[in-house]
Design a protein around this ligand. Structure first.
Ligand code: FAD
Length: 292
C-alpha cells in the first residue's frame, strides 16, 4: 500500500518509527515492541537508515520483514556514503522486498564527521534523491521527505529552509514528516510558511515522547529543536527519576497530539525509540477521546 493513497481518506494517520537494533537481544525486544504496537493498527511503520548508511542491510531486512507481516512499511534512505549505482541497488532490494514507501533523506554526517560530504557520483541534497527516485521509478514508490518546524540545523533562516523544502516537494515528495518539536506553534507556523510557499502536500508532525531527560537534551541539541523553558524546568525536577520523567513526557506528548489533531494535523508520526509503552499510552488516550 502506498501511504500517499491513505491520506485520501482524510482521516488522521498514525505511524511508528523504529531503528534497526544492533544486537540479537535488541532484535528480540523490537519484535515484542512491534507486536505490541501492531495491535494499535498504525497506518504504517518506518525503519531508519543509520548515520552514514551504517545500517543499510539491517534496514532493508527489517523493513522487508515488517512489510511481509502485512504492515505497510516505509524505508528511510539517505545519500550518505553512496553513489547513484549503490543507491539504485538499495532501492531495487527494497522493491523486491515489496516495500512501496521511501522517505528520501540527505542524511547526517557519519559518526565523527561534522559536515556532510557529497559522495562522488552521489547526491548533495535530498531533493536530488527524490528526483532520482521519480525518474527511475515514476509513481511506483510513495516518496516522503523531512521538514523542520524550527529550521534545519544548517539553515536557521526559516524562509530559505522553506524555499529548499519547496524544491524537494517539487522534485516529487508526496508528504512531509517533521522533525520533533515541543511547542506546537512551531509546527503551525511552519505549515503556514509552507502553504505560503505553495507547498500543498500533507505535513505530518513528528512527536517524540520523552523517555529520559539526558537523552532528549542530547537529541534536541543535535537536531536543533528547542525545549520550552516551562517543560525543561519540569524535566529538571525529574532528572533522577526516570519513571516520573517518562510520565511527564507521556502526558506532555498526549496534550501536544490532542492540540495538533484538533487543529487539523493530518496524523502523528511517533518517534518510538523502539519502546512501546509511551506511544501505546498516548495513542490509547487519543482514541479514548475520539481524536484518533
Ligand atoms: P535536505 O532536504 O537535503 O536539507 C539539508 C540542508 O540543505 C538543509 O539545511 C536545507 O535547507 C539545505 N538545502 C536543501 N536543498 C538545498 C539546495 N538546493 N541548495 C542549498 N541548500 C539546500 N537521518 C539519517 O541518517 N537516517 C534516517 O533514517 C533519518 N530519518 C529522518 C526522518 C525524519 C522524519 C527527519 C525529520 C530526519 C531524519 N534524519 C535521518 C535526519 C536527516 O538526515 C538530517 O536532518 C539531515 O541533516 C538532513 O536531511 P534532509 O533530508 O532534510 O536534507
Amino acid at each position: 500500500m502506498r501511504i500517499c493513497d491513505l491520506f485520501q481518506a482524510k482521516r488522521p494517520l498514525f505511524s511508528f518509527e523504529f531503528f534497526p537494533p544492533k544486537t540479537d537481544a535488541g532484535q528480540a525486544s523490537l519484535e515484542k515492541t512491534i507486536s505490541e504496537l501492531e495491535e494499535l493498527k498504525p497506518a504504517y511503520v518506518s525503519v531508519t537508515y543509520g548515520a552514514g548508511g551504517s545500517t543499510r542491510d539491517r534496514t532493508i531486512d527489517l523493513v522487508g520483514r515488517i512489510q511481509q507481516k502485512g504492515i505497510t512499511a516505509m524505508a528511510h534512505l539517505t545519500c550518505v556514503g553512496a553513489n547513484r549505482d549503490e543507491i539504485a541497488a538499495v532501492v531495487s532490494r527494497l522493491e523486491q522486498a515489496g516495500v512501496k514507501n521511501i522517505i528520501a533523506l540527505r542524511g547526517d554526517p557519519p559518526d565523527g564527521a561534522t559536515t556532510f560530504e557529497t559522495t562522488k557520483g552521489g547526491f548533495a541534497y535530498a531533493s536530488e534523491l527524490v528526483a532520482f527516485l521519480r525518474e527511475r521509478h515514476a509513481d511506483r514508490f510513495c516518496v516522503a521527505g523531512a521538514g523542520y518546524p524550527e529550521g534545519h540545523v544548517e539553515c536557521r533562516n526559516l524562509e530559505r529552509d522553506i524555499f529548499n523544502l519547496k524544491k524537494k516537494v517539487t522534485a516529487g515528495v508526496d508528504f512531509v514528516v517533521t522533525q520533533l518539536f515541543f511547542d506546537n506553534q512551531h509546527y503551525f507556523d511552519f505549515v503556514d510558511r509552507a502553504h505560503q510557499a505553495g507547498i500543498n502536500v500533507p505535513i505530518v508532525p513528528g512527536i517524540m515522547p520523552i523517555l529520559n531527560v539526558g537523552q532528549i537534551e542530547r537529541f534536541t541539541k543535535m537536531c536543533g529543536a528547542s525545549i520550552p523553558d516551562v517543560l525543561h524546568r519540569e524535566l529538571d525536577r525529574h532528572r533522577n527519576d526516570p519513571v516520573a520523567a517518562q510520565q511527564l513526557g507521556t502526558a506532555y506528548a498526549t496534550a501536544q497530539c490532542l492540540d495538533l489533531l484538533r487543529r487539523g494535523a493530518p496524523g502523528i508520526h511517533f518517534y518510538t525509540l523502539n519502546q512501546s509503552a509511551a506511544t501505546r499510552n498516548i495513542l490509547t488516550a487519543l482514541r479514548a477521546t475520539g481524536s484518533a
